[in-house]
Ligand binder design. Structure first.
Ligand code: HAM
Length: 412
């Protein structure tokens, strides 16, 4: 779990602002869910046998004896919130959320125990257009950030029934070959055989390559749905690879799944991932509702674009100084006047009894371009002294009424 300290706080805010603006341009609206949910919200939806539920959730019993969990992802919380707030009566509900998620994973570069996602969820749209639109939207995001090295992998898991039938095929294939599997895949064979396809163990690659493919047992509707997404991607010139082994680590998916992957981040290369989850709303007590979404990992995205988001080093633009104790109150008022006149300007007013020399040093360190000084003479005359801290502009004393105009020279 990381602290974000200045100047990186501004960098985060800038990144989030750009993403939110882009989502807004597609008509997505923000939803905010609590960080804690009843454990059941995640256990049932993500799947009892998944790594997240088995090993990674921060779960505790509260004072009432209820089991609560810090959200490991946002989809299940979002469905819960939509059901409780009757948001699913509107067809085509397009939502996004942004915030921390918690998973007790082994930390490494790009993998943290508190990480941040921007998640997008759409409800009520069954056709392939929305699947394609989500991918187009993410592609636009990469373009906005100048990212060219993200690779798109897509797959379809078929309907829940097709997926169940395929699961049985996989069990038939792997069971006689059980001894050739590693320990992790043997466990997966018992609990979640589709996840064997996702194994990163190169020794298993030939065995996995020989496994039956889901695409061979898909019904015509699933095949057509997937084909239509590919048509849009091709029409929009978005390169993609169909990866029949892409199954995702959460159980709620059906039909389309996709991931945007980079090789630049080492082992944790998936920047954005998602897919359809047409059965989840019903599983969580709602009416059958088609749904699709994705989440992108902000730490990973930030790592990729670190050199593009400017780091703001300076804390202030203007530093206000009182020469003596008697002018301190006036200095605070002057700073307020400045904030009225230039709301976007960052004005720091010195607080404390330091000498003028010490205050000038602070002003310099703050990164401000200009210092405003109030001494006894300035108070008597109703003026303020303006001292440039960066440029060779001579110091001047101006009437308070002319201060805004005088400062304009420094405010670009
Ligand atoms: P996920 O694949 O578990 O999907 O996570 C989505 C993204 O979150 C990952 O691709 C990665 O960028 C980031 N991420 C996940 N775990 C970590 C971690 N420990 N440290 C840093 N980044 C991480 C979901 O969470 C689904 N809820 C996505 C979704 C939304 N599907 C449908 N709607």
């Amino acid at each position: 779990m990381n602290d974000v300290v200045p100047p990186f706080g501004e960098r985060w805010r800038s990144l989030e602002g750009q993403i939110v603006a882009l989502l807004g341009s597609y008509g997505y609206r923000e939803i905010r869910m609590p960080l804690l949910e009843s454990t059941q919200v995640f256990a049932r939806s993500i799947g009892d046998t998944t790594d997240i539920v088995q090993k990674e959730m921060y779960t505790f019993t509260d004072r009432n004896g209820d089991s609560l969990t810090l959200r490991p992802e946002g989809t299940a919380s979002c469905v819960r919130a939509c059901l409780e707030n009757s948001l699913l009566q509107t067809t085509g509900q397009r939502l996004f959320y942004l915030g921390p998620m918690f998973r007790h994973e082994r930390p490494q570069k790009g993998r943290y125990r508190q990480f941040h996602q921007v998640g997008v969820e759409v409800f009520g749209l069954a056709g392939p257009e929305i699947d394609a639109e989500l991918i187009l939207m993410t592609a636009r995001l990469w373009k906005l950030f100048g990212l060219r090295d993200l690779r798109l992998e897509i797959n379809t898991l078929g309907t829940l029934a097709e997926r169940a039938a395929y699961r049985a095929c996989l069990v038939d294939y792997f069971t006689p070959r059980r001894d050739a599997l590693d320990e992790e895949s043997q466990t997966r064979l018992d609990r979640n055989p589709l996840r064997i396809l996702d194994s990163k163990n190169p020794a298993l690659a030939p065995l996995i390559a020989g496994a039956p493919r889901l695409t061979d047992s898909l019904g015509p509707e699933s095949t057509a749905h997937f084909a239509q997404i590919c048509v849009v991607l091709e029409a929009a010139n978005i390169e993609y690879t169909v990866n029949p082994h892409l199954v995702r680590g959460l159980d709620y998916y059906s039909q389309t799944v996709f991931e945007w992957i980079t090789t630049e981040l080492g082992a944790q290369g998936t920047v954005c991932a998602g897919g359809r989850y047409d059965g989840l709303v019903e599983l969580m007590g709602g009416r059958p509702t088609p749904a699709i979404g994705f989440a992108l990992g902000l730490e990973r995205l930030l790592e990729l674009i670190a050199d593009q988001v400017p780091v703001v080093q300076a804390a202030a633009d203007v530093y206000v100084i009182a020469a003596e104790a008697a002018q301190r109150a006036s200095a605070l008022v002057l700073a307020e006047e400045l904030r009225d006149a230039f709301p976007a300007l960052r004005t720091l007013c010195h607080c404390g009894p330091e000498s003028i020399k010490a205050q000038m040093k602070r002003a310099d360190r703050s990164g401000a371009r200009v210092a405003l000084i109030l001494g006894p003479d300035e108070i008597l005359e109703g003026t303020v002294t303006i001292k440039s801290l960066r440029e060779a502009i001579p110091q001047s004393r101006v009437a308070r009424s002319a201060m805004a105009t005088a400062l304009s020279a420094f405010v670009t």
